[in-house]
Design a protein around this ligand. Sequence first.
Ligand code: FE2
Length: 343
Amino acid sequence: MPKVSDVPHLGKAIMEAIERGAPDVDLATLPNLTDMSADKLTENVIAVNAGTPNPRQKFVLAALVRHMHAFVKEVGLTPEEWMHGLEFLTKTGQMCTDIRQEFILLSDIFGVSALVDTLNHPKPEGATEATILGPFFVEDAREVPNGGEIAGEESGQPMLVKGRILDMAGNPIPNCLIETWETDEDGYYDTQRSGESGYVQDCRGRLYSDADGNYAFRCVMPVPYPIPNDGPVGQLLRGMNRHVFRPAHLHMMFIADGFEKLVTALYFKGDIFLSSDAVFGVKSSLVEDPKMVTDAAEARKAGFKKDQFLLCARDFVLITTEQAAEELVKAKAKAAEEAKAKA
Ligand SMILES: [Fe+2]
């Protein structure tokens, strides 16, 4: 059977589309798509997609079609609801700019970001858990010395965060790059404050662990904040009567040679939003309870001008890239086993 372009008298529009890159297929290789009953339709779409050369893409698309069709059937989607959904997605796209990603936010509030993160970064017992990156990380944070300051004391309640970066055997990881960022005491990131005066970096920085894996930096106690809620996702949350708040947290990222990059955050005991984070980022192993230090001499020693500060002592345990690969294989095998048991 010839390809489409071999068929005579097909018309200019078709020939021009093929010239511009539309696939020129052999029609004999395609399934017959004339039975559009609800049962046959799903099968037909998967069959016509089966020519996808990338096997992973083919697998993902087949599952996507299966789940989308099952969803439409399960809820009995009406044409009005279908159009309403499309209009919502259109508005979500229109809300996106260079600094606003409404689709990630949508993924966040449905727990998809947290699920992708959890499934792809399984950790063995004893390793520090990962959590979502969030939208406020910047690539070019200023470097501060180990023990230095990432936030001015005027930006909030002073806090010293210190501890060690360790491997699973308890050995120190020297020269580990630590990126950290947080809100000021008003609940804003510096990137949200770049108004007329331009962007001024505050409440973020990068440093390196020392030869014994020690790290320390001065920051401020972050506070809870709302996720962006002036767009379609905010409207959706209002429609579901869900709040839009995140508990206070200190973002941290660790990068060391031979180790899996760890993106995580510390949360703080007593926060009113700790158990209802709008984007599902809290893991109980990441909750800390900083202690108030009121010794002025200690405050001076740590580098604070004020006489008291919060002390958050926390070690982080990284896994090697080999350990990370092993954990992923184990987690996938377990998931496949569970899926099999359910089927
Ligand atoms: Fe955040």
